[in-house]
Write a protein that binds this ligand. Structure first.
Ligand code: NAP
Ligand code: ZN
Length: 362
């Protein structure tokens, strides 16, 4: 059987929320707007949303405390705030962090008798409706069912047990203009990782591959601009399209080894999520014995060889240092991530993981 499921309505264009504001009226009566600490205020998205809600005479409250790689504690705090204010729908604005946090808060708000830990133990829970307004070009969370949460008690990040697709993704390229180069680079490398890992998992199918191949081609068209840090509006537009396409891919296929292996780099070394995956991509492609799809990736990205791709990533991302003990610890912990391991075609040994870390770091 082959299936493809992605129920989010995507509305894309300049001033897209204002031009489609009536859809907000059907979602509920009072919104909880969820953002990071400052970017939604700077890029104009928060102002646009609140002005439209005022015009529609709809109530809202704002929770603007979501940090990068959102923690379970923040999700609990935001959901308590939403419950106290009797909100019945959510608007998540920002990068993956606030939108992922919004998905998890929506579940806790809809199920007030559940403890925060139920996010990992009770897969049947549903959320209240969510609108996603992405402002980075990386996670594709606006079209995925996932929410990646930092669990400090376990010193790692992990996906919750539920599935929440936003009802609507409003994508307005104007909100991406304020992204500094570092955020564009880290997030677009995340999108590239989604395209590559999603194309190579055992769950990839003809529909997800078709999208991945087009996304890789679009990304390849931007690669010179990315390394030269020349981000004109049409390049930002291509990068957000590649990111949303990449989300549509992993919504079907999941992610693979680099995502699971990158989590400790983010947790312990504060390396941005996209960069953490990106430094592992070359060694991940090396690991594949059957190079048919790997060669296709290199071709679609318009590199001559896999080595050229590796050099490009090192030039773009720099190098990361890990001690021998760290490599051992992260390898041991990753080997318990059965879900990511099962996404890889073929057996993955401890030596494979050690080799991937060692060849990707110094
Ligand atoms: P992020 O953590 O949401 O944001 C990174 C930084 O960029 C923050 O400082 C943020 O500022 C800033 N920022 C956001 N939009 C901006 C803009 N338009 N202009 C200027 N600055 C801006 O970054 P992200 O890479 O998008 O999200 C990463 C999270 O998503 C990770 O937790 C990762 O695990 C998760 N993820 C989820 C999925 C999924 O399918 N659910 C897939 C991949 C990754 P503020 O804090 O002020 O907003
Ligand atoms: Zn990712």
């Amino acid at each position: 059987m082959i299936s493809y499921y992605m129920p989010t309505k995507i509305l894309f264009g300049d001033h897209v929320i204002n031009e489609n504001k009536d859809v907000l009226k059907n979602l509920g009566e009072k919104a909880l707007i969820i953002t990071g600490r400052s970017s939604a205020k700077k890029n104009g998205s928060l102002n646009d949303v609140t002005n439209i809600l005022k015009e529609l005479e709809m109530d809202y409250v704002i929770f603007d405390e979501v940090e990068e790689n959102p923690s379970l504690e923040t999700i609990e705090k935001g959901s308590s705030y939403g419950k106290d204010h009797n909100v019945d729908f959510l608007i998540g604005i920002g990068g993956g962090s606030p939108i992922d946090a919004a998905k998890a808060m929506g579940i806790l708000i809809n199920n007030p008798d559940q403890e925060p830990n139920a996010l990992f133990t009770n897969p049947g829970l549903k959320s209240i409706p969510l609108i996603a307004i992405p402002t980075t070009c990386g996670t594709g969370t606006e079209v995925t069912p996932y929410s990646i949460i930092t669990v400090n008690e376990e010193e790692t990040k992990k996906n919750y047990a539920q599935s929440v697709f936003p009802e609507i993704a409003f994508i307005d390229v104007r909100y991406f203009e304020t992204m500094p180069d570092s955020v564009i680079i880290n997030t677009t490398i995340d999108a590239l990782s989604h395209l590559i890992e999603g194309y190579l998992t055992v769950k990839a199918n003809i529909f997800s591959d078709f999208i991945a191949e087009y996304g890789l081609k679009v990304w390849g068209e931007c690669k010179k601009n990315i390394i030269e840090k020349k981000f004109a509006k049409e390049i930002r537009e291509k990068l957000i399209i590649a990111s949303t396409l990449a989300g549509m891919v992993i919504a079907q296929s999941g992610t693979s080894l680099p995502h699971g292996m990158g989590y400790p780099l983010t947790y312990y070394h504060n390396i941005a999520h996209g960069k953490a995956n990106g430094i592992l991509l070359k060694s991940f492609l090396d690991l594949h014995q059957d190079k048919t799809k790997v060669n296709k990736i290199i071709d679609l990205l318009n590199f001559n060889t896999l080595e050229d791709f590796g050099e490009y990533l090192t030039d773009l991302l720099g190098e990361v240092s890990l001690t021998k003990e760290e490599v051992e610890d992260y390898t041991k912990s990753f080997l318990s991530n059965k879900r990511k391991l099962s996404n890889h075609p073929g057996e993955v040994t401890k030596e494979d993981i050690l080799k991937m870390y060692n060849n990707s770091t110094k």
